[in-house]
Design a protein around this ligand. Sequence first.
Ligand SMILES: *Cc1c(COP(=O)(O)O)cnc(C)c1O
Length: 398
Amino acid sequence: MTEPSIPYGRQSIDESDVDAVVRVLRSRMLTQGPEVAAFERALAAAVGSSETVVVSSGTAALHALYAALGVGPGDDVVVPANTFVATAAAAVLAGARPVIADVDPETGNLDPDSLERALARCDRPRVVAAVHFAGRPCDLDGLADLAEAAGAVLVEDACHALGSRHAGGHPVGSHPRSRATVFSFHPVKAITTGEGGAVATDDVELAARLRALRHHAVLRDGDDDSADAGAAWRYQVAGLGFNYRITDLQCALGRSQLDRLETFVESRRSAAARYDAALAERFPELAPVGDAAEPGARSAYHLYVVRILGPVASARRRRRAVFDRLRADGIGVQVHYVPLHHHPFYRDRFGASADDLPGAEDHAGRGLTLPLFVGLTADEQARVLERLRAALDVTATA
Ligand SMILES: *Cc1c(COP(=O)(O)O)cnc(C)c1O
């Protein structure tokens, strides 16, 4: 398939990013040097956590987090059906069973009612992973009450939500009732390091475990009863770790990008507001997932998702026809997501059933993602809307 001329998302790189990477290329250390810690400090300041641990991808961050929380065989990790497969795959990698929860059909987010129903299907709930779909923050207080009562730890998969804010203006990454927050720096996300990810937390011990897991569970200062104890070459491995290290090249890029996070979010929010205005005026058959509703909260608009209204069976047929027409016109629409329980691995291995997930079925049947990225021009947006209007008109009776 050829690349759409307007993609659904892409990175924004400028000369300051190029310079930051080139500086590291000319330095002595390409990995495990000073840029890693510098990026961690800058990121912690931006998201309002006391610690961040940066790793090689968002998926690595999720896997290391579940492992660091002690998740293992016999444990259940609750994940929403409407997410990228990594949220659940990382739980399987940690030895746990993913229990797939329903979502609010309008926001695509895990909500307290859906979580309550999912917890009732758990044997041993250990972790609840809330995904802030499209950047719109979940109701974490409601989720935290239920997770706590069930004895589970609440964490956030905020791969869509770097730069989003919870109610009261608190940055995603700083919520007092979630133990840890995961971010991704893939090129379509809010900022990029090429590939990369992070865990933000206020739990200093958890951060130390994550740093060890990132590098083969190596401990430099563990109990050492060898005759060589104290020698400079000694290190100890007391568990199973990974190579989830991220390079200084990537962290220099990440820090440079992070300097523009607020500009990036403002740019996405302005483009989203232009879509909102056009939808309200000219697209009565569409409803956007929309901005955060609580005072002080905001979406960083990782994605701009619209739902095609009407009975879901006809919305599904119409979505297919509209999608194909827009793609043929070079407009990079997408669908987020094929829900977890539609993938054979999760359906067959973990018994996820559409009957338990009516909200996710509804959302998955009618959602359509429009192009949104930093640098999307008003002209490009007008073209997206013009083609979308035309595609909806010819499919009105589909
Ligand atoms: C992107 C993403 C991930 C995985 O991040 P990678 O950096 O691509 O490994 C996990 N969860 C969600 C919701 C994502 O959007």
